[in-house]
Write a protein that binds this ligand. Structure first.
Ligand code: NAD
Length: 306
């Protein structure tokens, strides 16, 4: 670890997986950064690639860190990172900014934002949409929750990774919006698989039906991107794990139940996703394999012949 003080970065990016890695690469040119991942070899690689500094552990932060960006698997890991004796809330100074870009639980986010506020720390939820492709190009769509002051402070950091930014509301609103978006997105994906199976049984090739959908009223990001790139190719390689999608769907279902909303259609999609996860044989299926599950139950495959 470097001990230079004059050029010490003021930002710390935590979580360098499928999304965090390309996001940190977009962020670092604008905001010189430390990078950290629980897998130290990943942090070393990212530091090498991006000219950032790898932090070996979080238990003693270097001085001068003003902004922390989190891109972690779930709320439990976010909480463990921020709370407790060695947690970042204890270590960061008053006036610091924490931005959770993970897809986290809104109730956890609101509790963390209140704890941060008691320490004089700004807390913003800014989950992302657009997947690995948009993370690589710095064109992610962000949905942002937090107080006006906190969101204003976060904006330059967010802009370095975003193509679109929507202010969703107070703390937790970004995370709620993200989970709801992903429940609808999964519904689009599963519904398209069913329709393509019917089309194919009627002599319409999957890629032809995708062309019809994409030039008609039922198009979606699933039909425009996921089917052509990751499903009709049989590669199932979007970089968004099915388990993470199911986590998002569970968060959305909690919101539906908490508000007693009648939502049988999307509720059924979350059941289908659970059935798919149980039936698929690989260890870490991609979320696009939801379509493979629909193929399997219909004893067919949806592949392009072009
Ligand atoms: P991932 O599993 O590829 O990466 C997670 C990274 O976090 C890994 O490198 C892991 O080693 C690291 N990590 C785990 N525990 C840690 C800890 N305690 N401290 C530091 N690092 C730790 O996940 P991902 O696909 O990059 O997703 C990250 C977040 O973004 C998730 O909340 C996910 O739901 C969300 N998201 C993912 C996508 C996508 O397309 N992959 C799109 C939008 C949102």
């Amino acid at each position: 670890m470097s001990t230079r003080s004059a050029a010490q970065p003021k930002s710390l990016f935590i979580g360098l997986g499928n999304m965090g890695r390309p996001m940190a690469a977009q962020y670092a040119p604008a905001f010189p950064s430390w990078v950290f991942d629980i897998d130290a070899s990943v942090a070393d690689d990212v530091a090498e690639e991006t000219g950032t500094l790898a932090l070996p552990h979080l238990s003693a932060l270097p001085a001068g860190i003003e902004t922390v960006i989190l891109m972690l698997p779930n709320s439990q890991i976010v909480e463990n990172t921020l709370r407790g004796e060695d947690g970042l809330f204890r270590q960061l100074g008053s006036g610091a900014l924490v931005i959770d870009m993970s897809s986290s639980q809104p109730d956890s986010t609101r509790a963390l934002a209140a704890e941060a506020s008691a320490c004089g720390i700004h807390y913003v939820d800014a989950p992302v949409s657009g997947g690995v492709l948009k993370a690589r190009t710095g064109e992610l769509s962000l949905m942002v929750g937090g107080s006006e002051d906190a969101v204003e402070a976060a904006m330059p950091h967010l802009e370095s990774m975003a193509g679109a930014i929507v202010k969703a509301g107070p703390s937790g609103a970004g995370h709620a919006a993200k989970a709801l978006n992903n429940l609808l997105s999964a519904t689009n994906l599963a519904a398209a698989a069913e329709i393509l199976c019917v089309a194919q049984a009627n002599g319409i090739e999957p890629e032809t039906m995708v062309d019809v959908i994409n030039s008609s009223t039922s198009r979606s990001q699933a039909s425009e991107v996921k089917y052509p790139r990751h499903i009709l190719t049989g590669t199932f390689d979007s970089g968004f794990a099915m388990d993470l999608m199911i986590k998002d769907m569970a968060i959305a279902m909690d919101l539906i139940r908490a508000n007693s909303i009648e939502a049988p259609l999307v509720s059924r999609t979350s059941e289908i996703a659970a059935e798919a996860r149980a039936s698929l044989d690989n260890e870490r299926p991609d979320h696009t394999e939801l379509a493979r599950y629909v193929e399997n139950v219909n004893h067919t495959t949806l592949r392009s012949s072009r």
